[in-house]
Design a protein around this ligand. Sequence first.
Ligand code: 1HN
Length: 353
Amino acid sequence: MTQAARKPRTSPAVDPAEAYFEKVRAKGMGPLWKVMGELMPTTPRPLEVPYQWKWAEIRDLVYESAKVVSVEDAVRRVLMLLNPGLPPGQAAVTQTLYAGIQIILPGEVAPAHRHTPNALRFVMEGEGAFTTVEGERTILRQGDFVTTPNWTWHDHGNEAKGPVVWLDALDIPLVNALSAMFYEDFPAKSHPVQDAKNSSQRTYGRGLRPAGEKRDRSYSPILNYTYRSALEALESMPASAVSPVDGRVVEYLNPLTGGSVLPTMDAFLQRLEPGGQYRAHRHSSSKILMGVEGEGRLEVAGRVFDWKPFDVMVVPAWASHRLVPTGRAPSILFSYTNAPVLRALSLYREEVQ
Ligand code: 1HN
């Protein structure tokens, strides 16, 4: 039965405009003037909300997941971090970004596959698992930053003694919004390994490249950006480059373009000094922050989150936020954002407050 049949248009109780709206709705149309303000608020109104997951809580539940499901059944044993502001059922930490915490036990293999979402990983706990991407295998240590770009074959394994846990960041909600999701399983459990020496880091990670090489890929050729190299970069950067908002901050870079490490996500490691004063800002990108060392406070849109290592926090798009170091030692934070997408589409804005 149609709406019109249930509610006769001739009824005196029906506002003539309402009757009109129903008539156009039934024909797959709608009056713009009814939704104009909602459609175009003067500043962004993201659905994601400021939020924090405490590592102490994540950790217990992630370790418990290893008892609940095998990696064979799970494919990837991951606890997703779901933003409570987003509709239930969405695998999303912001409207465009995904975050999850993955655990792999000794002897396990997370089988090879590829997909159009880009992924990046930051190792939180444990040492000695590996990731293979397009035939290059890298051993993962705490603090290492690893990418598995769009449509690259990748698998993980653990030949070490203990579990290894890391943060997975993907652009899944964005890829879904664009209906650009493709996925394929590799015919074998693991992708054949051609190189297990971190050679991409040595070839491309030192200001050098193979002369005359033509690469048409939009992502960084480096597989593993080690924690030590990022800490060294933080330590040795010139004082003139220290940001009034973020302190010492280095970006994981695509050395071939000087741009973001992945086409859809950029990622950073930063160091805040004890007692340092940092300014608030906001940007049209949304940002996920994870404590790595030390402690601090994140003030975001009226919320206050005290963080310790491996707590994960959401800064929604256009939410004003400020970092406050609270410990006696320097604090280190890892973060990633969707800014490269906004920049590519001329949608990036930032305001220092
Ligand atoms: C994936 O392939 C990984 O390779 C992690 O470790 C998380 C979430 C959704 C879809 C694919 C991985 C993922 C994922």
